[in-house]
Design a protein around this ligand. Structure first.
Ligand SMILES: NC(=O)c1ccc[n+]([C@@H]2O[C@H](COP(=O)([O-])OP(=O)(O)OC[C@H]3O[C@@H](n4cnc5c(N)ncnc54)[C@H](OP(=O)(O)O)[C@@H]3O)[C@@H](O)[C@H]2O)c1
Length: 315
C-alpha cells in the first residue's frame, strides 16, 4: 500500500496501531483530528457541529474511518445520542465532503461492529445474515447506510464489522485485566453467550487488505474464525494470567452495574464467522484465543502512541 491515507479516530486503539503500521509501510498518513471550528491548522473536523475541513492541497488515495464515541460506558440518553450521532452523522458528513472533493479517494474503509447482528444465541452469522434488534443493531445499520454518498460517487466502501478487539493497552481486554489479575475475573450471566473477538494485529492486517483489494466492498466480518463463549473467554484469560476465575456475575447484576450496555454488549450472544475473509484466503495470525492471550499478555502488541503521533502528518 502506498499513497496518502486519511484516518479518522487516529488516536483510538485501532487508529494508533494502524497509523504506526501504515507509516512503517511507507504511506503518508493524515489524521483528521477533532478541532473546534476555525482552527485552521491542517485537516480537521467537528462532527457534532457539522464542520469538516479537508485540506484541498492534500490529494487523498484512501480513507480509513474509525471515529466514534466509545460504547464502553453507561448508556444514558445523552450518551446514546453521542454514540449514534458520532457514527451516523459523522459518517454522512465525511462522505458528503469526500464526494464533493475535486479528487476523490479510491477507497473508504469504515469501522462497523458485530453489534449489527444483535443477540442471536448459537446461530452462526455470516455477512448474509440479517441485522438483529436493539440499539446497537439500529446504530450499525444507520452507520453503514450513512456511507451512501461515498458509494454513490464511485468510492469503493468497505464496512468492517469488528468483533471485540483484543489488546493489552486498550479496549475491552484492558478494562478486564485489573480484576482478572486480582483473581476476580467472573463469568457474566450464564456464560453461554458467544463473543466474537479478534486480535488487534489481525484488525490492522484486515484494514490493509481492504485498502489493497480492489474487488472488495460491502460488509466484512472482522473476527477470528471461531467465536468463543463468555465462559471459555473467562477461563482462557484467567489461565493465561495464571489466576483463578471461580466467580460468576449473574445477569441481573451485570444489568444493574452496566445497564443496557451490559444487556446488549456483555450478555448478548453473537457467533460471527468471517466468511468473506476465509473465502479470500485471509490467514489470521491469531485464529486461536489462547495463543492470542499469550501473545498479547507477553506485551507483544503494545503500540507506541508517541511513535504513532510522530508518524501522523497533519500539516
Ligand atoms: N475496539 C473494539 O473492540 C471495537 C469493536 C467493534 C467496533 N469497534 C469500532 O471500531 C472503531 C475504532 O475502535 P477503537 O477501539 O479504536 O475506538 P476508540 O479507541 O474508542 O477510539 C475511537 C476514536 O474516535 C474518536 N472519537 C471519540 N469520541 C468521538 C465522538 N464523540 N465523535 C467523533 N469522534 C470521536 C477519537 O479519535 P480522535 O480523537 O482521533 O478523533 C477516538 O480515539 C470505533 O468506531 C468502534 O466503534 C471497535
Amino acid at each position: 500500500m502506498s499513497g496518502t491515507i486519511l484516518v479518522t479516530g487516529a488516536t483510538g486503539l485501532v487508529g494508533a496501531a494502524l497509523v504506526s503500521r501504515l507509516s512503517e509501510s511507507g504511506c503518508r498518513v493524515v489524521a483528521l483530528r477533532h478541532a473546534p471550528p476555525g482552527d485552521g491548522s491542517g485537516p480537521s473536523w467537528d462532527p457534532a457541529n457539522r464542520q469538516v475541513h479537508l485540506d484541498p492541497a492534500i490529494s487523498l488515495d484512501a480513507v480509513v474511518h474509525l471515529a466514534g464515541e466509545s460504547i464502553a460506558q453507561r448508556w444514558k440518553r445523552a450518551t446514546r445520542e453521542r454514540i449514534r450521532n458520532s457514527r451516523v452523522d459523522g459518517t454522512g458528513l465525511l462522505c458528503e465532503a469526500l464526494s464533493q472533493s475535486p479528487r476523490r479517494p479510491r477507497v473508504m474503509v469504515c469501522a462497523s461492529a458485530t453489534g449489527f447482528y444483535g443477540d442471536r444465541g448459537g446461530e452462526v452469522l455470516d455477512e448474509q445474515s440479517g441485522p438483529g434488534t436493539g440499539f446497537l443493531p439500529e446504530v450499525c445499520q444507520a452507520w453503514e447506510a450513512a456511507a451512501a454518498p461515498a458509494r454513490q460517487c464511485g468510492i469503493r466502501v468497505v464496512h468492517l464489522r469488528l468483533g471485540i478487539v483484543l489488546a493489552r493497552h486498550g479496549g475491552a481486554l484492558a478494562g478486564m485485566l485489573p480484576a482478572f489479575r486480582l483473581g476476580l475475573g467472573a463469568r457474566l450471566g450464564g456464560g453461554n453467550q458467544y463473543w466474537s473477538w479478534i486480535a488487534l494485529e489481525d484488525v490492522v492486517r484486515v484494514v490493509e487488505l481492504a485498502l489493497k483489494d480492489d474487488g472488495l466492498s460491502g460488509a466484512v466480518n472482522t473476527v477470528a474464525p471461531e467465536a468463543t463463549t463468555n465462559a471459555a473467554f473467562t477461563h482462557g484469560l484467567a489461565r493465561a494470567l495464571r489466576r483463578p476465575a471461580f466467580l460468576a456475575l449473574p445477569a441481573f447484576a451485570v444489568i444493574a452495574l452496566f445497564g443496557q450496555m451490559g444487556r446488549e454488549a456483555l450478555l448478548a450472544s453473537a457467533r460471527v464467522r468471517p466468511e468473506r475473509l476465509l473465502k479470500m484466503g485471509f490467514k489470521h495470525r491469531f485464529p486461536d484465543l489462547d495463543a492470542a492471550f499469550n501473545h498479547i499478555l507477553a506485551g507483544n502488541n503494545r503500540t507506541n502512541h508517541d511513535q504513532a503521533a510522530k508518524a501522523w502528518d497533519t500539516r
